[in-house]
Write a protein that binds this ligand. Structure first.
Ligand code: NAD
Ligand code: UFG
Length: 339
């Protein structure tokens, strides 16, 4: 059997690089297209050490239609996993047009190039952010969609456009995957998340405190209606997420259609539970101060992954302790990312 090539846009990034490992382990050949706007080409050498073969990297932009046409013409591609996009909520509020251009226009250019090339299998990175402040948790896929910022709107718009595309062209096979909070790193410690500048997200911030790059964590709010007063989220190990993409691809290969699935664990953890788990994993104390709430934050939510399990036979297997242990291994071995 010939190896199937999967185009992975944004494959040099955090979730994309881990998904390349899962794809290779499942017998696919990942082909990465990334503009390196939020990633480092040295990830390729790390992937080579894990997979045993360096994936091909095309440095370019997903909005470059001529480039995409050339890629589809030159390489037989059986499916696309589309991670390329921008993801900082605050930046999306400050500069919405850049976000709509990257996330929405980028997805449209990609879908049009796929259509022209006759490639009809697409796995799209959506986000639990499309639910906004949900009425209840765990959140099912049928919950109302009420994104609260341009980033969330951009994901919802692409979801809608892809659903319309699949309706118009029923031969398409599309999965919209709504991730909850991806954290952790590959267990080798060779690849992981390295945000540029001060991290916005909890886990990278905590691990930078543990390794001594930052002094104290600011806990954003201690007066939420949660068991310990701090915000609750559904943290999911990035390798579980990566395996979820392979499962979604296999599912799409079986039959045309559109599937929308939550990828989460079904459980929430509070900020202080994450801090304690990281202290256990690293053996380092995490200094923190409880400060004011962060504007725009939702108190607590977690996903209902029942449909993903029923549809894909996929379930998150790695718990919070492993998420912290793997983040710590990566952080300790690579305090400056891929430098
Ligand atoms: P990331 O920034 O690490 O990866 C995204 C990659 O896409 C980067 O390597 C970046 O250089 C590349 N990229 C961005 N715009 C591009 C463009 N126009 N053309 C080509 N490459 C481009 O982020 P991530 O955490 O791996 O997220 C991947 C996807 O998952 C994103 O679409 C994000 O919105 C979505 N998502 C992430 C989270 C999260 O918390 N990490 C949660 C839900 C959804
Ligand atoms: N938090 C702190 N201190 C920090 C950072 C975060 O206390 O320095 C708290 C937040 O207030 C929240 C929790 O930790 O209660 C998680 O915050 P993150 O910033 O790590 O994650 P969010 O849930 O805010 O958002 C993330 C991504 C979004 C994505 C969403 C999907 O940043 O892009 O998950 O559920 F849409």
């Amino acid at each position: 059997m010939t190896t199937q090539t999967i185009l992975v846009t944004g494959g040099a990034g955090f979730i994309g690089s881990h998904t390349c490992v899962a794809l290779a382990e499942a017998g696919y050949e990942p082909l990465i297209l990334d503009n390196l706007g939020n990633s480092d080409r040295r990830v390729i050498g790390r992937l080579e050490r894990i997979i045993g073969k360096a994936p091909r990297l095309i440095v370019g932009d997903v909005r470059d239609r001529a480039l995409l046409d050339r890629v589809f013409r030159e390489t037989p591609i059986s499916g696309v996993i589309h991670f390329a996009g921008l993801k900082a909520v605050g930046d999306s509020v400050a500069d919405p047009i850049t976000y709509y251009d990257n996330n929405v226009n980028g997805s449209f250019v990609l879908a049009a190039a796929m259509h022209a090339a006759g490639v009809q299998t697409l796995i799209f990175s959506s986000s639990a952010t499309v639910y906004g402040d949900p009425d209840r948790s765990p959140i099912p896929e049928t919950a109302a969609l009420r994104p609260a910022n341009p980033y969330g709107h951009s994901k919802r718009m692409v979801e809608q456009a892809l659903a319309d595309l699949q309706h118009a062209h029923p031969a398409w096979r599309i999965a919209l995957l709504r991730y909850f909070n991806p954290v952790g790193a590959h267990e080798s410690g060779l690849i992981g998340e390295h945000p540029q500048g001060k991290p916005n997200n909890l886990m990278p911030f905590v691990s930078q405190v543990a390794v001594g790059l930052r002094e104290r964590l600011a806990v954003h709010g201690g007066d939420y209606p949660t068991p310990d007063g701090t915000g609750v989220r559904d943290y999911v190990h990035v390798m579980d997420l990566a395996e979820g993409h392979v499962a979604a691809l296999r599912h799409a290969e079986k039959q045309p259609g559109l599937t929308t699935l939550n990828l989460g664990t079904g459980h929430g953890a509070s900020v202080l539970e994450v801090v304690k788990a990281f202290e256990r994993a690293s053996g380092q104390p995490i200094a923190y101060d409880v400060g004011p709430r962060r504007p725009g934050d939702v108190p607590a939510y977690w996903g209902d992954p029942t449909l993903a399990e029923a549809t894909l036979g996929w379930r998150a297997r790695r718990g919070l302790d492993q998420m912290c242990a793997d983040s710590w291994r990566w952080q300790q071995g690579n305090p400056n990312g891929y430098e």
